[in-house]
Design a protein around this ligand. Structure first.
Ligand code: HEM
Length: 487
């Protein structure tokens, strides 16, 4: 009996110590957060609100941050997370060297998906600098505007068949095909048609991974479950396999056919950089992981964002007409049949429309960062090893930064006299290396669709624009009709 009493006392002391550790303010500038329970931290609050009020993670965290000056501390198990939308703190984190690293090694889902911190997205220090420098250079060479223009025409041709027969269209499938087709060309120098079943499978696999990686599980929160990580994530992130398989076989084919004096694509550039002849297994893993890190955003994020743009055009018919007239005037002036990159400067409203869509719809929590050492940013102490997420959506809804933030108003991006944060692709050294391709891909796809068709919902009503939580916040699947414009 006495042993039992001692055991109960020990457990009680352990729980009390853990409770105090999690809730005590170690510094006057330590960020606040909801009361954290011993062992499980804030998991109950997140899960109960999700279950009882049917709220999604981004909404619950957004509400906590809002009541805590835009910075919310949350313990998920033993792990210390910070969700930040306080813009002064965000600016510091995006630019300061102390926050350059990713916490991939201590967030198990990311550890699994990044081959233990390899690649470009999840690596740190020299490994990251080398990969990022090469990728930026290689993308500039291999993702030429002519390639994207050509693929945009192919997209229109494949849509044309459905538009002529008045079929109902799932735009997502076309955008998966379009983005895959561009990616395969610059990454593997391989032509694949825009309409193709393999792209759909890849797109759906990436979408599945995006959804599952963003939802934290017990395996992400508790270190003692680490022996089961691989088993668990292999099942949960199954979509990774299809992409890894494609990359591995492309790596083999490229090694057989490469001519180092004539690099054809990103894979060749990577092989040349890491050594074609005496390539180690580690280099091979790094090359394939870099390709993997580009696959996700190039297909997943582009598809999600294009899907949002079409949805917003459908729901704002008046604005769709403004964009259409702008596009028509630009191409009529030089007699072109398709929109190309030289028209972009005459079509500023569409670029603003895309930015406004990203502001309100697709920007989620971005990619995690961590602090190498304790540092004061603005009014807050960011502790060493904190797992930091920037809450982009909450920033987008900040009234001090955006007037009438809930209003969908692309014009806010046209008035240069009122500066507004340009945060869609991150800022500073860790910013997105694919931002220029992304904007061009989206601009050419949407402008060419609008030039040829009026986009309508199937029943004439507004399409459900509620946000689904994922790495990039996504719309529910929807379909549309395309009505051919008179040329
Ligand atoms: C609409 C499309 C896209 C959006 C909204 C987007 C957004 C972002 C954001 C917010 C980040 C994180 C920045 C940070 O941590 O501060 C990021 C990183 C990254 N993006 Fe994109 N991205 C898009 C398209 C692309 C494309 C097309 C590519 C590849 C060609 C790409 C490759 C990457 C990579 C490799 C990183 C990691 C960079 C690093 O860790 O240094 N993204 N992106």
């Amino acid at each position: 009996m006495e042993i039992l009493n001692v055991l109960i006392l020990l457990v009680f002391i352990f729980l009390l110590k853990d409770f105090i550790k999690k809730n005590k303010k170690v510094h006057p500038k330590s960020p606040s957060g909801p009361l954290a329970f011993p062992i499980i931290g804030n998991i109950p609050q997140l899960k109960f609100k999700e279950f009882l009020f049917n709220k999604q993670e981004h909404t619950i965290i957004g509400e906590y941050s809002q009541s805590n000056d835009g910075i919310c501390r949350a313990y998920l198990g033993d792990r210390y997370f910070l969700f930040i939308s306080n813009y002064d703190v965000v600016k510091c984190i995006q630019k300061d060297d102390n926050f350059m690293d990713r916490p991939s090694k201590f967030v198990p889902g990311w550890r699994y998906i990044s081959n233990n911190g390899m690649g470009i997205m999840s690596s740190s220090e020299e490994k990251w600098t080398r990969a990022k420098t090469l990728v930026i250079k290689s993308l500039r060479i291999h993702s030429k505007k002519e390639l994207i223009e050509e693929k945009a025409k192919e997209l229109i041709d494949s849509l044309d068949k459905c538009a002529n027969s008045n079929e109902i269209i799932y735009p997502k499938e076309y955008f998966q095909g379009y983005s895959c087709s561009i990616l395969f060309k610059y990454m593997f120098n391989q032509e694949i048609p825009v309409k193709n079943e393999q792209s759909k499978a890849i797109g759906n696999a990436i979408e599945h991974v995006f959804s599952n990686i963003s939802k934290l599980t017990a395996f992400d929160c508790f270190e003692f479950l680490s022996p089961f990580y691989d088993w668990f994530f292999e099942k949960r992130l199954k979509g990774c396999d299809i992409v890894r398989h494609i990359i591995n076989s492309q790596n083999d084919k490229h090694l057989e056919s490469i001519d180092p004096s004539k690099p054809r694509d990103l894979m060749d550039d990577l092989l040349i950089e890491y050594g074609v002849n005496e390539i180690t297994q580690e280099d091979r893993t790094q090359i394939n992981q870099i390709c993997f890190d580009i696959f996700g955003p190039s297909v997943g994020t582009i598809t999600i964002t294009l899907n949002w743009v079409i949805l917003q055009l459908c729901n704002h018919q008046d604005l769709q007409e403004i964009v259409y007239n702008e596009i028509k005037n630009a191409v009529v002036s030089d007699g072109s049949e398709y929109v190309n990159m030289s028209h972009k400067q005459s079509i500023p409203y569409l670029v603003a429309f895309i930015k406004e869509t990203m502001r309100l719809c697709s920007n989620g929590f971005g990619l995690p960062k961590t602090a190498k050492k304790d540092q004061i940013c603005g009014n807050y102490l960011i502790p060493k090893d904190a797992i930091i997420f920037v809450n982009y959506l909450a920033i987008s809804l900040n009234e001090e930064l955006f007037s009438n933030p809930h209003e969908f108003n692309p014009k806010r991006y046209l008035d240069e006299s009122i500066p507004i944060p340009n945060i869609h692709f991150g800022v500073g050294p860790r910013a997105c290396p694919g931002r220029f391709i992304a904007i061009d891909e989206m601009f050419l796809a949407v402008s060419n669709i609008l030039l040829k068709y009026k986009i309508k919902s199937v029943d004439g009503k507004k399409i459900d624009d509620s946000i689904q939580f994922s790495v990039s916040l996504k719309a529910k699947d929807y379909c549309i009709k395309l009505e051919k414009r008179k040329q």
